[in-house]
Every structure is written in C-alpha cells, then in structure tokens.
Write a protein that binds this ligand. Structure first.
Ligand code: NAD
Ligand code: IPM
Ligand code: MN
Length: 358
C-alpha cells in the first residue's frame, strides 16, 4: 500500500480533544484500506509549544509540516497566552499558513441535509438548502499588512494590502471551484469596493456589511462560491455557522491553490492544513464536551483533497450525518451540548467510528 505521512497538531484548549476523535477516523481508514497506509505523527504547536520551547512554531514542527502529505490541526490560543503576552499562539498559526503558502482557505457551509438544521436559531425555511463554499484569502490583507503605533501610542494603523497577483490567484481558485460543478456555481465576490473579473461565470458583488446581513436574513442568496479577503472571510465564515446552529460543525482546508479533484485526470495530491473553523474554546476546555464534528469533517476534506480518497471522504461525511440525524430520520441523534445534546466528545467519536465500521 501507498503510505502517507500526516502531521497532527492538536494545539491548545479543546484542540487535543477534537483532534483525538478525527485521528481515530483516520486510523480506521488506514486499518481498513488495502491501498493506503496513513502514518500519523503529533507535533507541538501553539501555546503548548510556547510553554516548552518559547515559540509557537518550533523549527522541528515546521520541518515536519513541510515534509508531510497533509496536516491536521485542532486549534491554538487561550487566556494563558493573552493579548499582553510577548509571543502568542496565533502568531504560529499565521506563520505556518504563510510559510506553506496556503493562500486559499476553503470553508464549506453546506446544510442541505435536514439533519444539521434541528437547532438552527433561524427559521428552518431560511436555513434549509443553504449551500455555500466560502473561499477566504488566507495570507494577505490586514493580518499581514504594515502596522504601527504612532506618537505616544494614542494612534495606530493596520493596513489591508493586496497585490493584483494575490487577488487574481484567489479569484482563480474560486473560479476553478465554481467551474468544477455542473452547472457551474455562481460566484459572490465580497469586498468593500469594486473590481473587474474576466471569467465566463456569473459573478456578482456584495459589500461586506450587506453580505453579513444576508447570511442570516436570506443565506440562500449566496449559494455557490463566496469569495472574499482574509478578515472578511474569517468573520463571515463564523457567521455562517449560525445557520446549522454551532461553530463546532464547520471544517476547513487551507491550500496552496484550488483543491484538486480526484475525478480530474490531472489530479495531483497536494498538502494542506485541515482544521475546524472554531478556536480553542477556553470556556469549555477540559470538560470533554466539545463538538468534534468540524474536525472530523476536516479529516474528510484531508482524505479528499490531499490523499485523493474520495470514497473514504464520503463515507466519513455520511457517518457524521447519520450520527447527527434524529432517530426518526434513520440516524442516532447523538449531539454535544452546543447542539442541545448530552453526548461527550468521545461519545460522538465512538458513534462515528461505529457507523464507519458497520
Ligand atoms: P472559539 O471559536 O474558541 O469559541 C467561540 C464560542 O464557540 C465559544 O463559546 C466556544 O465554547 C464555542 N465553540 C467553539 N468550538 C466549539 C466546539 N467544537 N464545540 C462546542 N462549542 C464550541 O472563539 P474564541 O473564544 O473567540 O477564541 C478562543 C481562542 O481561540 C482565542 O485565543 C483565539 O485566538 C483562538 N482561535 C484559534 C483558532 C485556530 O486555532 N484556528 C480559530 C479561532 C480562534
Ligand atoms: C481562524 C482563526 C484565526 C484567523 C486566528 C486564530 C488567527 O480565527 O482560523 O479562523 O483569524 O485566521
Ligand atoms: Mn476565525
């Protein structure tokens, strides 16, 4: 069998808990597959690496990531390394994205399945059928622009800088994703200005303030590919998690280009970082109740995009749906507290594994 090296970065807070459930799923794929073997290795990253080595992204972790076929990440950060700290875990996250050139962050927000809609705070008819893919530029904009305090510290600036080339490459990713669907998906470009586009695709434009309103008022209007810059994408993607009802559900892939599709004859697996969109959730860390679904779905994206294992990815996604589904729909209705359930993180993982084995 072909062997793949997966670097696992559990991180801080609930990161290790949710990652542990996703690695069970990857281990199971490895055990049951006759064609692939997944070799998982954990490395220190984030606050726990600051505590050990004084830096969030130690050179050994970066090297392992550079050599990996794919990276699975939990989350980093926490009150222990707060805004006053000299080194912050979040710097490691921005650093690794930049170092690996992962400019395309793919955040699917697909709630076509009713199983994810039992706890939406929106009216069900507004939430049902939402099917967007947020494409967030990940290594430019405000996160990486020049910033400085001025005078005696009473003024500061932080700049959103993008080159034409940076805008074009992320737009190309959005276009490739839109064109891979049949019929092609609409592209909704979200910015705070005007821009021109050269693709034979439906492209419309929204200003970010109005898009933030539409995501909760009439989200289906944005079905298709939602293309946006780094910080707008960060904010809007957390907002989309309100549609199914929990931030703990949503996965992401950070890639150095458009996701490769295994159905494409020129498919070439490329590495990337796969992580839930949520953070380290200090308010529930250590309680064993974090929702592992966003991380398990991130592992499914890893199987699909970095290893080309489409069938296995779909099996994981189907297992998750079955576990979340109400018994009346044919599933189990097993959910953590963020979805008004009583299950622990491990119990959700247990069920996903059980369904996958059956
Ligand atoms: P957060 O995403 O950690 O939590 C926001 C809210 O959502 C909290 O109430 C939390 O309990 C809940 N939540 C998040 N994930 C959940 C899950 N899987 N199951 C159940 N509930 C969940 O955001 P925050 O509290 O603003 O940030 C905490 C720390 O995480 C900060 O240090 C921040 O910088 C960091 N952070 C890291 C990442 C990352 O590593 N990719 C992403 C976002 C935030
Ligand atoms: C995310 C997080 C990070 C971001 C933080 C922790 C730097 O919120 O991955 O969504 O803003 O990109
Ligand atoms: Mn975020």
């Amino acid at each position: 069998p072909k062997s793949y090296r997966i670097v696992v970065l559990p991180g801080d807070g609930i990161g290790p808990d949710v990652v542990a459930q996703a690695t069970r799923v990857l281990d199971l794929v490895s055990e049951t597959s006759t064609s692939v073997k997944l070799i998982l290795e954990s490395h220190d990253f984030g606050g726990c690496a600051i505590d050990k080595y004084g830096e969030p992204l130690p050179a050994s972790t970066l090297t392992a990531c550079q050599q990996a076929d794919a990276i699975l990440l939990g989350s980093v950060g926490g009150p222990k390394w707060g805004p006053e700290a000299k080194v912050r875990p979040e710097q490691g996250l921005l650093g690794i994205r930049k170092a690996l050139g992962l400019y395309a962050n793919v955040r699917p927000a697909n709630f076509a399945s009713d199983s994810l809609l039992s706890y939406t705070p929106l009216k069900p008819e507004i939430a049902r059928g939402v099917d967007m893919i947020v494409i967030r530029e990940l290594i430019g904009g405000l996160y990486f622009g020049p910033r400085q305090e001025q005078g005696d510290g009473d003024t500061a600036y932080d700049t959103m800088v993008y080159s034409v080339a940076e805008v074009e490459r992320i737009t190309r990713v959005a276009a490739q994703i839109a064109l891979a669907a049949n019929p092609p998906l609409a592209i909704h470009s979200i910015d705070k200005a005007n821009c021109a586009c050269k693709f034979e695709l439906t492209v419309d434009h929204y200003l970010v303030d109005s898009a933030a309103m539409i995501i909760v008022a009439n989200p289906k209007k944005l079905n298709g590919v939602v293309l946006t810059e780094n910080m707008f994408g960060d904010i809007l993607s957390d907002e989309t998690s309100v549609i199914p009802g929990s931030l703990g559900l949503l996965p992401s892939a950070s890639l150095a280009g458009a996701p490769a599709l295994v159905s494409d004859p020129s498919f070439k697996p490329t590495s990337g970082i796969y992580e839930p969109i949520h953070g380290s959730a200090p308010d529930i860390a250590g309680k064993g109740i974090a929702n592992p679904i966003g991380t398990i779905l991130s592992a499914a994206m890893l199987l699909r995009y970095s290893l080309g294992l489409e069938k296995e990815a779909q099996a994981v996604e189907a297992a998750v749906r079955k576990v979340l589904d109400e018994p009346s729909v044919g599933g189990y209705g097993i959910r953590t507290a963020d979805l008004q359930g009583k299950a622990t993180t491990v119990e959700v993982g247990d069920k996903v594994v059980e369904v996958l084995k059956s």
